[in-house]
Design a protein around this ligand. Structure first.
Ligand code: DON
Length: 563
């Protein structure tokens, strides 16, 4: 007897019915503009700028300043990042406002008594590079903005001066770094309630930050790199043995760069060039993967996870070998790395049944957190901005500049440890990314835009250190190869391989036991993790003329705002 047979048949026939128009999770849809960021108040600030007639660059600048207040782990004025613009008309352009090493930096600065010193590399004032955010946002605004600069900084000033309610997510995050904040009096004053952690619902007021933002609003970059703000930064550097001087601040310049470009199954892929490795590695992986039909292989089939992993392994090996600040590495083989021919050569080295081996194989896994932040904006004209910026670790160096109210980055930690210091514990000592005066440290940030047949298709990016590149890759594959809507593409489970250590890290529950077994059979080592990345993406449905915004539910405060 099989009493359940009719019910089973019914279920099967339901599954066989073509997918209804409203299957899967849904993005926010809007016609005239969209902002997606990691904090809802900041997304709201951006969309209000669009309502007022501002364009995507205006909205991105205002959102970024708002994030510096309401998302202090990564939103910043004391860090740096990259802004990619694809204007509705004209050529895409990239703004590089990555931090630079101060003039007194040397390749051996992270050694003490000849030995590598992790604290000098990643903590304290030595780990702070010369901030680029204010100069970078200002340059992008000067070249493309339409609303007054002051108008764009004003919402951030209001949020800092009047305060905003601490969310559960922020309270949890601040509690996590409480011991480190307590080490620095100005950090303690800014981000604790007299030494006690903020609770959800408390008002977080940041008066010193408001004053800094007012100087930036009034004077532009001069309000940061000169005068009172610069004086406060230099005073803190002198107090605590940091290297950044007034001259370093005055010398900081953001750079306009030509984005890297690729083609993936009829899509134009536009992304960040060095000093980020993001766009180069992304396009290299797409070029490898284009040679197989991933859609037919099926989402997260063992065969496709294997192939994607092998593409990741190869791109990350090339990243470590070749990439650094282009102004200090004039001979990077960019043309070859981005070419389809080279990708074909690499594809031939992949055995579909067997994992390759990364060597040396005993590297420890360097911690990757979600402590960068990405925002995406599209306006009514379909100008599109992808902006990723960071303090490096969550809350950067954890050091608030006394009197200025903002956190200093610890981006110097993205330089390699020291000459020849490649070791089994995960240090890298290759030449292209050693510290040097004025040099930009290699990044993985990958603000990326896709177009198809000349029209905007997708804007995306994520935090997550080296995982960023693979997170962006997944978003693209999910949309292009698996036909997901952008929210489904963002929701779908992710995995990461970065050459060394030789392991696939996958989001818990993201791969079935059967798939894990098949991958292990091919020789892969696998480890579950919590989450990978926090994507902020916008897709454009050209036929319907509709924008689709997808915030990432992995970070509760993330939100899309549309008009
Ligand atoms: O530029 C980079 O690639 C890193 N500093 C980004 C840092 C990040 O995403 C947070 N955590 N690892």
């Amino acid at each position: 007897m099989r009493p359940h047979a009719p019910a089973l048949l019914a279920a099967v026939s339901i599954l066989a019915v073509p997918v209804a128009a409203r299957a899967g999770s849904q993005p926010l849809r809007a016609k005239h503009g969209m902002v997606v960021s990691q904090q809802f108040a900041a997304s709201q600030v951006g969309v209000e700028v669009l309502w007022e007639g501002g364009n995507a660059v205006d909205a991105a600048v205002a959102t970024a300043f708002a994030l510096a207040v309401v998302h202090p782990s990564a939103g910043n004025v004391g860090g740096g990042g990259f802004l990619l613009l694809r204007p509705a008309k004209g050529e895409p352009i990239a703004y590089d406002f990555r931090e630079t090493a101060p003039a007194r930096a040397t390749p051996t600065m992270f050694l003490s008594e000849g030995r590598y010193d992790k604290e000098r590399h990643h903590e304290g004032l030595l780990s702070a590079g010369v901030p680029g955010t204010v100069a970078g946002l200002h340059l992008a605004w000067k070249e493309h903005g339409t609303l007054p600069w002051k108008r764009l900084v004003a919402p951030a000033i209001g949020l800092a001066e009047e305060g905003f309610p601490v969310t559960e997510e922020l309270a949890r995050d601040l509690r996590r770094v409480l011991p480190e904040l307590l080490k620095h009096p100005a950090s303690r004053a800014a981000f604790t309630r007299e030494g006690k952690p903020y609770e959800a619902g408390d008002l977080l007021v940041q008066k010193d930050l408001a004053s800094t933002l007012k100087r930036i609003a009034d004077k532009g970059p001069a309000g940061f790199y000169e005068g009172e703000t610069a004086r406060l930064i230099v005073k803190e550097m002198e107090r605590g043995g940091g290297l950044v001087t007034q001259a370093d601040l005055a010398a900081y310049r953001p750079k306009v760069r030509i984005p890297v470009r690729g083609q993936y199954r009829g899509h134009d892929v536009i992304s960040m060039p060095p000093p980020s490795s993001g766009g180069t590695a992304l396009i290299q992986m797409l070029n490898i993967l284009e040679q197989d039909d991933l859609g037919a292989m099926g989402f997260r089939s063992a065969a496709s996870v294997h192939l994607i992993t092998e593409a990741m392994r190869r791109a990350f090996a090339d990243r470590a070998r070749h990439l650094g600040d282009p102004d200090h590495n004039p001979d990077m083989p960019m043309t070859r790395l981005l070419s389809k021919d080279y990708a074909r050569e690499l594809r031939r080295t992949i055995d579909p049944q067997r994992a390759s081996v990364s060597s040396p194989s005993s590297f420890e896994w360097p911690a990757e957190s979600e402590e960068t932040t990405h925002l995406s904006v599209v306006d009514d004209q379909r100008n599109a901005v992808a902006l990723t910026y960071t303090l490096e670790a969550g809350y950067g160096s954890k050091i608030v500049v006394p009197g200025a109210g903002f956190l200093l980055n610890n981006e110097m930690g993205d330089f390699n440890a020291g000459p020849g210091l490649t070791d089994e514990k995960g240090l890298i000592g290759t030449e292209p990314n050693l510290a040097a005066p004025g040099k930009r440290m290699l990044s993985s940030m990958a603000p990326t835009i896709l177009a198809k047949d000349g029209a905007l298709r997708l804007v995306t990016g994520s935090p997550g250190g080296r995982t960023i590149i693979n997170t962006v890759l997944h978003t693209i594959l999910n949309v292009v190869d698996h036909g997901m809507n952008v929210q489904e593409a963002v929701d779908a489970p992710r995995f990461h391989h970065q050459w060394l250590p030789d392991v696939i890290r996958y989001e818990r529950h993201g791969l079935s036991p059967d798939t894990l077994a098949l991958l292990a059979e091919r020789g892969h080592r696998l480890e579950p993790i919590g989450i990978q990345g926090v994507v902020a993406a916008i897709a454009f449905d050209r036929e319907k003329g509709v924008l689709e915004g997808a915030a990432d539910r992995r970070w509760a405060d993330s939100a899309a705002a549309g008009r």
